[in-house]
Ligand binder design. Structure first.
Ligand SMILES: Cc1cc2nc3c(=O)[nH]c(=O)nc-3n(C[C@H](O)[C@H](O)[C@H](O)COP(=O)(O)OP(=O)(O)OC[C@H]3O[C@@H](n4cnc5c(N)ncnc54)[C@H](O)[C@@H]3O)c2cc1C
Length: 446
């Protein structure tokens, strides 16, 4: 093993994990480094945020996934710098030398220069934020139940989702299900079905990367679940009292204590350091511009894949930040390294195979654009179900998720509707908002 080619992989999300797996039988020594000890299945994060799945059902320890891969070791640490000339990655605790490097450190929520908004509008990114969102959603219903002032009660029952891409749409659909089905009989002073669910986007239509007909079907399904879609509105401020938006007819304030950010991502922090050290170009979202081999120009041993990379297809169209691009990119980088190690010069450029897009809206409702075939309603939902179960990494999680979904489909009940902070440990912004509200109101008895 001592003289083997050293492959270092930063990040064990979709890109990093699929790269590591593709190296299972390769004559190389692999080191996978992630700042978390688990791989996260992000496409189902909104289900944690809305209480249908628990964090453990969509995350699996990286060490466990790669346990049987004898040429691979896993380190829990964060990459903070890189020396591309000396071919070393700097971690908090040590420096790691590489012969080939695959960078797959993903992305983070972007507030388009208004990071202060994140305090009031958490992004749908990472387990911690998903449980924060779950807390905020459930806490809002609890607060509304105890407040008699109609305007303040309405502010607690108004849920604003910023961003009408797949994540915003999926979240709005799940929230509609919660308000209209899961919680409908659970309260005495309020009717959860009166909750306002607003989905805001600056684009002309929701799911703007989907074909227009599917976008229309998705809008109809969301409206059936009580959501209101507002397109061509630009958020200009977010604070503890709600959001201010600029619309074609002027400025407007929407009172709400529950705002969720599902708009836009930017490259993870490591990207900045990488660009500085290598002189790599970045696009406006901070992604590293790579060549057709997914490497940084001038650094053929540094691959960048997934959400961190800006790459284009053969027609020059930018590839989207989706799991398929990351998985295929990771596997491509791994195979290219193996070919080089074996002296095979027949290396082709990366060629992304687009299998299509999916977004789920509620129980038995989704839209799907699969190999150019447009599906909606139950058929699309069945495709969505199959695809997501297929790609969940651990077999055990797959079974658990399947059971939870079966239960949810039949009963509309969600198994993880928990406020885990407790009432004495509310989040600061909730305390502020509830304190100012409760001066004008008294809890009602049931
Ligand atoms: C809520 C949500 C829903 C989504 N839904 C879909 C969907 O339905 N379909 C779809 O195709 N795509 C979806 N996506 C997009 C998809 O999840 C991403 O495109 C994909 O995860 C990108 O893979 P990646 O490997 O580049 O990054 P990630 O999967 O984000 O993994 C990055 C990894 O790098 C680690 N890391 C970051 N910085 C460092 C560092 N400095 N040092 C060490 N480790 C580090 C992180 O801990 C993480 O494990 C969704 C994304 C989100 C957030």
């Amino acid at each position: 093993m001592a003289n083997r080619h050293r492959v270092v992989i930063l990040g064990a999300g979709f890109g990093g994990l699929y790269a590591a797996k593709a190296l299972k039988h390769a004559p190389v020594h692999v080191t996978v480094i992630d700042r978390r000890n688990y791989h996260l299945f992000q496409p189902l994060l909104y289900q944690v945020a809305t209480g249908s799945l628990s964090p453990g059902e969509i995350a699996a320890p990286i060490r466990g996934i790669l346990a049987k891969q004898k040429n691979t070791r896993v380190l829990l640490d964060e990459a903070v710098d890189i020396d591309p000339t000396g071919k070393t990655v700097v971690l908090h605790d040590e420096r790691i030398a590489y012969d080939s490097l695959i960078i797959a450190t993903g992305s983070k929520g972007s507030y388009f220069g208004h990071d202060a908004w994140s305090k009031y509008a958490p992004p749908v990114k990472g387990i911690e934020n998903a449980t924060t969102i779950r807390h905020k959603l459930l806490f809002a219903f609890e607060s509304a139940e105890r407040i008699s002032d109609p305007a303040e009660r309405q502010a607690w029952l108004t849920f604003v989702i910023v961003g009408a891409g797949a994540t915003g749409v999926e979240l709005a659909g799940a929230l509609g299900e919660i308000a209209h089905h899961t919680l409908k009989d659970d309260f005495r002073s309020i009717d959860p079905r009166t909750a306002k669910i607003l989905v805001l986007d600056s684009a002309k239509r929701i799911l703007s990367t989907f074909p227009e007909d599917l976008s229309r079907h998705a809008k109809k399904s969301l409206e059936k679940l009580g959501a209101t879609i507002r397109t061509e509105v630009l958020v200009t401020n977010v604070d503890e009292n709600g959001v201010t938006v600029k619309t074609p007819t002027g400025e407007e304030h929407i009172s709400s204590h529950t705002v969720i950010w599902a708009a836009g991502v930017t490259a993870s922090d490591f990207g900045r350091q990488l660009a500085k050290r290598t002189g790599a170009q970045t696009e406006k979202g901070g992604r590293i511009v790579v060549d057709q081999s997914l490497t940084i120009p001038g650094y053929p041993d540094i691959f960048v894949v997934g959400d961190m990379a800006y790459s284009t297809d053969s027609k020059g169209k930018p590839l989207p930040g989706v799991a398929q691009v990351a998985m295929q990119g990771g596997a491509y980088a791994a195979k290219t390294i193996v070919k080089r190690v074996k002296g095979d010069r027949n290396i082709r450029p990366f060629d992304y195979f687009d299998k299509g897009d999916l977004a789920v809206i509620g129980r038995g409702s989704a839209v799907a654009n699969i190999f150019g075939l447009h599906l909606w309603g139950l058929p699309a939902w069945l495709v969505w179900l199959f695809v997501h179960l297929m790609y969940i990494v651990e077999f055990q999680s797959r079974i658990l998720v399947f059971i939870q979904w079966g239960f949810l489909y039949l009963t509309a009940n969600r198994g993880a509707m928990l406020i885990t902070w407790g009432t004495e440990a509310k989040q600061p912004e909730d305390q502020v908002a509830l304190a100012s509200a409760s001066t004008s109101s008294k809890p009602q008895s049931s």
